[in-house]
Design a protein around this ligand. Structure first.
Ligand code: PXP
Length: 248
């Protein structure tokens, strides 16, 4: 079964648009956790960015307390975030690159150039019983470097696929890139998750990629929730993901 991790960062983005600097406000990320889980989400994903632009420290602790499925904590590989993760004890951590100027996480981690720091972080988190995943572009060199860090999972960056979706030839090329790198990851013993830019139109296309364990989807689900509600938005995405042919 292909699992759905609902990324709730943008619930906090909407709150911060009005309530930045205040200790209250709406919408509430914890309410989003409850509704997403009640609708069948298999996990909750949240990213505590270094600049605290959406999820705040108080949110991540409240989210940790509320999550009854699995918490996937997205974070940069920094001493501050490693310290928070070791105290927070999420079920999973996804290490992501962070560039303060970017609108969202734009590219995958460069595991090749930061192998030592990532290996050290993955060891510390793994020893604490946290499942570690590295968010990387579908690039064979990055997959091989990930395997060498001892991280058990990758999350394949699907942004290029999402951007290419309107162009049949480019879309096919991106899907092939994702499929080939997923095969390589599987052959190296890595579990494969995927995410970024997936929505109600392009998610079923991802069925062409084998061995997927989990999709992490945020912006599209939170956007749809504004008009139909979060639980229906999550249910609809789960229906689209149903029937994924080759999980495992
Ligand atoms: N996976 C990772 C590692 C991410 O950084 C993000 C964006 O925060 C997502 C998945 C979800 O992307 P989107 O909001 O485009 O669905």
């Amino acid at each position: 079964m292909l699992r759905l991790g609902v990324n709730i960062d943008h619930v906090a983005t909407l709150r911060q648009a009005r309530y930045r600097g205040l200790d209250h406000g709406e919408p509430c990320p914890v309410d989003a956790v409850r509704q997403a889980e009640a609708a069948g989400a298999h996990g909750i994903t949240a990213h505590l960015r270094e600049d605290r632009r959406h999820i705040l420290d108080r949110d991540i602790w409240a989210i940790r307390n509320a999550v009854t499925t699995r918490l996937n904590f997205e974070m940069a590989t920094t001493p501050e975030m490693i310290d928070i993760a070791l105290r927070l004890k999420p079920e999973a951590v996804c290490l992501v690159p962070e560039n303060r100027a970017e609108v969202t996480t734009e590219g995958g981690l460069n595991v090749v150039s930061q192998a030592d720091a990532i290996t050290e972080a993955a060891a510390a988190l793994g020893q604490a019983g946290i499942e570690v995943s590295l968010f990387i572009d579908p690039d064979p060199a990055q997959i091989e470097a990930t395997a060498a860090t001892g991280s058990p999972f990758i999350e394949l960056h699907t942004g290029a696929y999402a951007e290419a979706y309107g162009d049949g030839a480019k879309r096919a090329a991106e899907l092939e890139r994702l499929a080939k790198t997923s095969e390589l990851a599987k052959s190296l013993g890595l579990g494969v998750n995927a995410g970024h830019g997936l929505n109600y139109e392009n998610t079923r296309g991802i069925f062409a990629v084998p061995h997927l364990n989990e999709l992490n989807i945020g912006h599209s689900i939170v956007s749809r929730a504004v008009t139909v509600g979060l639980a229906p938005a999550v249910s609809e995405m789960l229906r689209l993901m149903d029937g994924y042919p080759s999980a495992g």
